[in-house]
Design a binder for this molecule. Structure first.
Ligand SMILES: Cc1cc2nc3c(=O)[nH]c(=O)nc-3n(C[C@H](O)[C@H](O)[C@H](O)COP(=O)(O)OP(=O)(O)OC[C@H]3O[C@@H](n4cnc5c(N)ncnc54)[C@H](O)[C@@H]3O)c2cc1C
Length: 255
């Protein structure tokens, strides 16, 4: 008897026991952070006040707010880099494909489909997800689908996910390696990762991955990555309220 989780026979048994689950939401948790408006002020003031800058920070709140706004407006970006936020994110693979295009100021670690068996959790759009795309490239609008379109989407996705996961289980049960068997799994499968960023890289991400009335340069992201971005934004806004206010005031363009 062995308790080694990587034994093929144990994997096969585990796989047979798993039933697909369907989700229409995403998970975002702030798991670690060192991020505050004072980090921005400290970094900015070192240029004028040198090592005295730390003492100056809390002296004059209005001046601090003004300085952050000036840095944002004039796009002096580097003072917004001296902080760190680590998020745990669970979302469909198609969201991660878009997410990992953000290269600068981001670190990622994602669960492995080679070292562990992938869990059968799949994305199905919720009732409020607009289903129908109208217009032309660059000018798309999304409108509600009919009840029939929603029912079809749910049924087609769930059937397809079940079939794909059964094939995955069948291969694992026959001793095929996880890294080979995973090829049949679709991009609607949930994955999980840690993503670490700073306020500057997060602002760049939010500018591109949210649709917002205050945005000077509008973006039209896929709704599912926007769901992730909105949750990250809510966490960040609590940590750095002055920076967040200045970001919105200056058209949500990363400095
Ligand atoms: C609505 C939307 C639709 C999209 N559609 C597609 C699509 O159809 N196909 C597709 O492939 N991608 C698509 N993308 C992804 C997009 O092209 C970017 O890869 C992604 O948004 C990351 O942006 P970024 O490169 O600015 O970010 P980062 O990689 O984080 O880079 C940040 C900034 O650093 C600088 N930088 C980074 N790397 C370089 C470099 N090599 N050379 C010069 N400057 C650099 C740039 O100023 C850049 O803005 C889409 C993105 C959005 C928001």
């Amino acid at each position: 008897m062995t308790d080694t989780p990587t034994e093929p026979a144990q994997d096969a048994q585990d796989a047979r026991d798993l039933k697909p689950a369907f989700r229409s939401d995403v998970t975002v948790e702030l798991v670690k952070h060192s991020a505050a408006d004072t980090d921005v002020l400290w970094a900015a003031r070192v240029s004028t006040a040198g090592e005295q800058s730390l003492e100056e920070i809390t002296k004059d709140p209005e001046r601090s707010k003004g300085l952050i706004n000036y840095l944002m407006r004039d796009r002096h970006g580097s003072p917004f880099e001296h902080n760190s936020m680590t998020f745990f994110i669970s979302a469909p693979i198609f969201v991660f494909r878009e997410f990992m295009r953000h290269r600068v100021g981001w670190s990622y670690n994602e669960e492995s489909g080679r070292y562990r068996e992938l869990q059968p959790v799949f994305y199905v759009p919720g009732e409020t997800r607009k289903l129908v795309q109208e217009g032309r490239p660059g000018k798309y609008v999304f409108v509600e689908g009919t009840a029939e379109q929603h029912a079809l989407t749910t049924r087609a996705m769930e059937d397809s996910y079940r079939q794909a996961y059964e094939a995955y289980q069948e291969m694992l049960a026959a001793g095929v390696a996880r890294e080979v068997a995973r090829a049949v799994l679709p991009v609607g499968l949930f994955s999980s990762m840690y993503a670490t960023c700073n306020a500057r890289s997060l602002m760049h991400f939010l500018g591109l991955r949210t649709q917002h009335e205050l945005a000077k340069v509008p973006s039209f992201p896929q709704r599912e990555i926007e769901m992730v971005a909105e949750k990250m934004e809510a966490e960040w806004a609590k940590l750095m309220p002055l920076t967040y206010e200045a970001f919105n005031k200056n058209g949500r363009v990363a400095p």
